[in-house]
Each structure stands twice: as C-alpha cells, then as structure tokens.
Design a protein around this ligand. Structure first.
Ligand code: NAP
Length: 244
C-alpha cells in the first residue's frame, strides 16, 4: 500500500514542488492550503498525474483545533500519516523598531506554532505506527538573521529548536525529524522583493544562482527516503552556499 505524505502550504511555490516530488516518489499526498483552493486543486491534479491519490484540505495551520481535526480526517481518508512536511509560511517584513505587534504574532503563529501543531498531531499518529518522517522548512534567515525580518528569523530559528527537541523525543519510536533551510527561492513570497534587493541577494550566493523550488523538493525527498533513515535532528541548508 502506498504511504501518505502531508504537505502544509502545498497549494503553491515550494510546497507544491514538494507535493509533486513526493507523488513521483510514490506517496499519496494530502495537500493543506489556507485560502487558495484553485491553486491547491492544480497541485492535486499534478500529483494525480504521477499516478497517486491526492486530496486537498483547507486549514489554518496556526489554529491547533483545525490542525488536530485535519490530521484525524487525513488518517481516516488515507489510513496513515507516514510523512509530515511543515512548509506553510508567511513573511511580514519590517524593521524591528517599526514592526507592528500583530505582524510579529502572525509570523510566529503561522511559521512556528503551525509547525508545532502539525508535529504534535501527526507525531502522535506516527508514535502509534512506530514509524514516520517529519521535515520542517526553516530558512537561511533562521540561521544567519536578516535585517528587516526579526519576526521571520525568530520563527525560523524556533523551527530549528523545535526540530531538534522533537527529533530527540521521537527517535526511540523510529521517527526522524529534520529541517531544510532554503536560501533564496523564486516564489510568490520573494516576488515582492525589489530588483535591488534581489541583485544584492544574488551577490551573496556563492553558486551565483537563485534556488529553484525543485532544489528544495529534492532535499525533502532525500530526507524522507529509506537512504536517510539514520539522519535525525539535522538542518540541511539548500542555499547555494549562503550559509557555511
Ligand atoms: P508561498 O509561495 O508564499 O506559499 C506559501 C504557502 O503557505 C501557500 O501554500 C499558502 O496557502 C500557505 N500558507 C500560508 N499561511 C498559511 C496558514 N496560516 N495555514 C495554511 N497554509 C498557509 O511561499 P514559499 O516561498 O513557497 O515558501 C514555502 C516555505 O519555504 C515557507 O515556510 C517559507 O518561509 C520557506 N522559505 C522560502 C524561501 C523562499 O525564498 N521562497 C526561503 C526560505 C524559506 P494559500 O495558497 O492557500 O495561501
């Protein structure tokens, strides 16, 4: 029987690429989105083209009750949750002294609490199965910090701490928990940056190119594969060498 992968933020960008890659790898895929149903349906069709079952679920990852309900529904629809990819994320950039409290809270609640919610709910299901893989999408900003992203960097650094603590707690039941830290990848999230900022970013990438969504999806695919069964609590940077 095919295993099941859950991808939050699977409607667009990096999450879509992860969902499609995992479908290619043979997983049935549960795609979580917040509001963009049309895009989520496109991802579903792309996964089905790979010959896999795919379903979409609307859920605000920052809401614990919604996360718990959706995990239960996915388990009953597919029979198991074998892979959990916490990818949903937002930015609300601004300099620290001007940052609004609600922009700090929104980013922490989506990026960090959302990751906690799904790690807890999917992790409980995996504990009973005595198997599972969790991959959390952090960021180079969580490792290096970034001016104008105090909220985002804090959320992504928090994701790394959450990854390591959950890896230690879940290891004895054969569950691995790792993080992937992308650098700059062209998606809706980064489209809003000015050309000047994009150029400056390119200058800071040793491999001299922006990341593609597939670069991140390939790293996730490896971390959930049999070949990565002895890797847990790690942060894999996929950033063209920005952080080394
Ligand atoms: P994106 O294109 O803006 O897509 C964001 C995704 O997250 C969408 O699927 C969106 O759903 C979903 N989402 C946002 N808030 C949500 C919520 N409260 N509940 C459920 N889903 C929610 O972003 P991306 O660039 O692909 O980024 C994906 C992940 O990679 C994020 O965690 C981001 O921080 C991280 N990352 C990105 C980059 C980069 O350069 N792009 C670099 C480092 C790390 P809807 O479509 O329904 O709105």
């Amino acid at each position: 029987m095919a295993k099941t992968a859950v991808v939050t933020g699977g409607s667009r960008g990096i999450g879509r690429a992860i969902a499609v890659k995992l479908a290619k790898d043979g997983f049935n895929v549960a795609i979580i989105f917040q509001g963009n149903e049309a895009k989520a349906l496109e991802t579903k069709a792309l996964c089905e083209n790979e010959g896999r079952e795919a379903r979409i679920y609307k859920c605000d990852v920052s809401n614990y009750q919604e996360a718990e309900e959706v995990c239960k529904t996915i388990q009953s629809d597919f029979g198991s949750i074998d892979v959990m990819v916490n990818n949903a994320g937002i930015t609300r950039d601004g300099l620290l002294v001007r940052m609004k409290e609600e922009d700090f809270d929104a980013v922490i609640n989506t990026n960090l609490k959302g990751c906690f919610n799904f790690t807890k709910c999917a992790g409980s299901i995996m504990l009973k199965q005595k198997a599972g893989r969790i991959v959390n999408i952090s960021s180079v900003s969580g490792l290096l910090g970034n001016a104008g992203q105090a909220n985002y960097s804090a959320s992504k650094a928090g994701v790394i701490g959450l990854t390591k603590s959950s890896a230690r707690e879940l290891a004895s039941r054969g569950i691995t928990v790792n993080a992937v830290a992308p650098g700059y990848v062209q998606t809706d999230m980064t489209d809003v940056l000015s050309d000047k900022v994009k150029e400056a970013l390119l200058g800071s990438i040793p491999l001299k190119r922006y990341g593609e969504v597939e670069d991140i999806a390939n790293a996730v695919s490896f971390l959930v594969s049999d070949g990565a069964s002895y890797i847990t609590g790690q942060v894999l940077s996929v950033d063209g060498g920005m952080y080394m």
